[in-house]
Design a protein around this ligand. Structure first.
Ligand SMILES: Cc1cc2nc3c(=O)[nH]c(=O)nc-3n(C[C@H](O)[C@H](O)[C@H](O)COP(=O)(O)OP(=O)(O)OC[C@H]3O[C@@H](n4cnc5c(N)ncnc54)[C@H](O)[C@@H]3O)c2cc1C
Length: 469
């Protein structure tokens, strides 16, 4: 069982005024494709009936090769160009991007393997994804395949299995919608459920494509760096103006311009909720445009062997570049000198120093625990007054006999039973991933993996000291 924190996923095509006739995906190839950074495999769908909880062991089986490699050569005395606290995908991408440009980087990870919420663990022949399994930005197309690009930067290529259905929604009033990889198939299915809203559906998703196309035309390095953005503006003024227009808008308001059916508006809420854990009115339109189109543009692809392979590959690539990772290194303090972060201290007392300190820990851990209160930057103080934490997840990972699942079961499901108002309530909805539908190598023969998770406030799990679940 694990609790994790889901962060808003930002993912980002050329708008056309005639949305109805436009299918940007006609030429997408799903099978047997090899590209730089990502290699496609044929996907298999297997069949499945009765649920057997797997036997639990107290010890995790981890890839010792990753651990040992990562420990070599770390020297507290050496001065690094950069230290990265945490080896989640975010930390590893930052570290590898610096390393390939010649920087000497040290990544400090408190756990025993890399990946964080996109990590993995193994038990009794099963390889479980800790969290993430719908991988956005992991295709062979466009500018927004940021995971593919990060892997390619360190010379890594992963074999992937194209997911034919990003998610299968099971919603109130018996509404069942499959988000097919092919955009036209998805849109036609949605229009068949809401025939009176055809025009509204095409217009709403059409606006999403305008955003996606604008983002996809840029070299998306930073949305926060003014000088970089200024340079981009001169190269692509129309696209930048499109993004500036949508920047202050949310998906719910735009949906309401075109759609009246309350069930369809609730469906759009569910579309946003599964990527941002908030409804459409609270989901920035830029975010909605990215994810609701990337899944059709490049498609969702599952890495053969499990999501953990992405972090492992990045970690190996980092070491190949001459940088280092130290596991079981819990950073307890960021060391400040004259108002600047210059080093870190880990729980065993060792200190490491670098010109730049990058934190991949949560924002609240970075500013609330690793830095002393008196060092809190003013911008952060202001930010803390307005931000609201996303809910945590309660996850259950289990192995089941393959025949418990009906044939042709999709890999990813979202279930909200009976009542739309429960969407954002804790425990109100269920996410289900069955990655073995795509990659049977993750489980022993004749078995499937179920990863079931729901939103759950962390406070529900706070217990007096000494109590262990
Ligand atoms: C159940 C679940 C399902 C999800 N499903 C999806 C999905 O399908 N698609 C999707 O796109 N996203 C999904 N997400 C979200 C996605 O997994 C995360 O947004 C992403 O993995 C976060 O990466 P990160 O690098 O920012 O942080 P993290 O993965 O949180 O990594 C932070 C790392 O820093 C380490 N660390 C923290 N503090 C310290 C310290 N003091 N010292 C040393 N190390 C430290 C942690 O151990 C961890 O390894 C899911 C998340 C969860 C929990």
């Amino acid at each position: 069982m694990s609790l994790g924190c889901y962060q808003t996923v930002l993912f980002p095509t050329e708008g056309k005024s005639d949305f109805s006739s436009w299918n940007p995906l006609k030429n997408s190839q799903l099978k047997g494709n090899k590209i730089s950074g990502v290699k496609f495999s044929n996907f298999q769908v297997s069949q499945r009936r009765k649920c057997i909880p797997m036997k639990l062991k107290s010890l995790l089986s981890v890839d010792s090769a990753v651990e040992i490699e990562g420990k070599e050569g770390v020297n507290t005395g050496s001065k690094y160009d950069a230290i990265v606290i945490g080896s989640g995908i975010g930390g590893l991408v930052a570290a590898t991007q610096l390393a390939v440009k010649g920087a000497k980087v040290l990544v400090l990870e408190k756990y025993v393997i890399p990946g964080g919420s996109s990590g993995y663990y193994q038990r009794d022949g099963y390889t479980f994804d800790v969290g993430s399994s719908v991988m956005f930005g992991f295709s062979d197309k466009g500018n927004l395949n940021l995971i593919t690009q990060a892997l390619a930067a360190v010379g890594r290529e992963m074999e992937v299995i194209p997911d034919p259905t990003t998610v299968h929604f099971h919603l109130p009033n018996n509404l069942s919608v499959q988000v097919h990889r092919e955009y036209s198939e998805f849109i036609n299915e949605l229009m068949s459920k809401f025939p009176h809203e055809k025009e509204g559906i095409l217009k709403f998703y059409g606006e999403c494509w305008k955003i996606f196309n604008a983002l996809n035309s840029l070299q998306l390095k930073s949305l926060e760096e003014p000088i970089y953005l200024f340079g981009q503006f001169f190269q692509k003024p129309l696209e930048c103006l499109t993004l500036a227009y949508y920047l202050p808008q949310n998906a719910g308001d735009i949906a309401r311009k075109y759609v009246k059916d309350p069930d369809l508006l609730s469906f759009i809420d569910a579309e946003c909720f599964i990527v941002s854990t908030v409804n459409a009115l609270r989901t920035p339109m830029i975010n909605a445009g990215m994810v609701l189109c990337d899944r059709h543009f490049g498609g969702i692809n599952y890495p053969v062997g499990g999501v953990g392979g992405i972090a492992k590959s990045l970690a190996e690539g980092l070491i190949d570049q001459g940088s280092e990772i130290l596991y079981k290194a819990n950073v307890t303090n960021i060391i400040i000198d004259q108002g600047k972060a210059v080093g870190v201290k880990i729980s065993d007392g060792r200190e490491f120093f670098a010109q730049t300190i990058i934190s991949n820990a949560t924002r609240w851990d970075t500013f609330g625990k690793l830095l002393k209160a008196e060092n809190l930057p003013k911008e952060e103080e202001n930010f803390q007054k307005v931000y609201v934490k996303a809910p945590s997840f309660l996850s259950i990972h289990m192995g089941v006999k393959a025949d418990v699942l009906p044939p042709d079961t999709d890999c990813h499901h979202f279930v909200l039973e009976n009542d739309w108002t429960r969407l954002e309530e804790p425990y109100g909805s269920i996410f289900l991933s069955i990655p073995t539908v795509l990659d049977s190598s993750l489980a022993p023969k004749g078995r499937h993996i179920l990863h079931i998770f729901t939103t759950s406030p962390l406070e529900d799990w706070e217990v007096s000291s000494g109590h262990i679940y």
